[in-house]
Design a protein around this ligand. Structure first.
Ligand code: ZN
Length: 259
């Protein structure tokens, strides 16, 4: 190890470079993760992230594209949701598509057996319909960010990580610890709605940037007028442009961080 470092330092010196410029100084990680799978918003979100060389993180309802899906016509009208053709297209460009349940039930409000069945149905549908889906590498994003110990234990035997409300996993903290282990993770996220969430996102991020570091996960939904607590596409674009200039911050999907 010493020899390797010595060689590295020597070769950097020979190039006239300061070794500090090669040290990983990232102290803050940020994930923006978009739920529910609005077709128009998801394509646009993927484009915005792609323009900055970033991967978008999109979590979809496995039965959202079926006519029978009618969970919440106000916030998730069936005709606005995409289908697995859309998700495969977006995934083929390198973006992350993860499960956000079978039919968007609050899994803590039904019996355990019903919840387990619902989870299995969702993961089975992903295996059949989403190209290259790996259950053991996936992250399950709970509807309504609602979870409990039994559901987590059930899921963490199948998937790599679960995401639920920061109020459940983070207590009073804003951000997650940067994970040293990469499986059986419980990831806490914050979200805001039902109106436009730009101001709240701005505040969450500014507070986080002033903190000593960690991993902030913000849960978003659609863009502009789509879905609960939408973010405006113009603001999202400007936000990424601004954040990418911060040298101690890295913007990543959950999958990229726990890979
Ligand atoms: Zn949702």
């Amino acid at each position: 190890m010493f020899r390797r470092n010595f060689i590295k330092l020597t070769s950097l010196a020979s190039l006239g470079l300061n070794s500090n410029s090669f040290v990983n100084d990232i102290s803050h990680y940020l994930t923006l993760t978009f739920d529910d799978g609005f077709k128009k918003s998801s394509y646009r979100t993927a484009d915005i992230f792609e323009n900055y060389g970033l991967k978008a993180s999109i979590n979809i309802i496995a039965s959202g594209h079926l006519k029978s899906f009618n969970r919440d016509p106000k916030w998730m009208p069936n005709h606005l949701l995409g289908n697995f053709n859309d998700w495969n297209k977006i995934k083929s460009k390198g973006h992350e598509i993860m499960p956000h349940s079978w039919e968007h039930l609050n899994l803590t409000k039904i019996s355990f057996n019903q919840a387990f069945e619902n989870i299995d149905k969702c993961l089975e549908s992903f295996k059949i319909n989403l190209d290259g889906f790996s259950e053991s590498d996936s992250v399950f994003h709970y509807p309504y960010n609602s979870s409990n110990y039994t559901l987590d234990e059930y899921l963490l035997n199948k998937v790599k990580a679960v995401r639920a409300g920061g109020w459940l996993y983070l207590k009073n903290k804003l951000s997650n610890e940067i994970p040293s282990k990469k499986n059986k993770l419980r990831i806490g996220a914050w979200s805001h709605g039902p109106g436009l969430c730009d101001d709240y996102i701005e505040k969450y991020i500014n507070d986080f940037l002033k903190s000593s570091g960690g991993w902030l996960v913000l849960n978003l939904h659609g863009l502009d007028s789509e879905g609960w607590g939408p973010i405006s596409s113009k603001y999202l674009d400007k936000l990424l442009f601004r954040l990418l200039k911060i040298d101690y911050l890295s913007i990543k999907t959950i999958g990229e961080i726990i890979v």
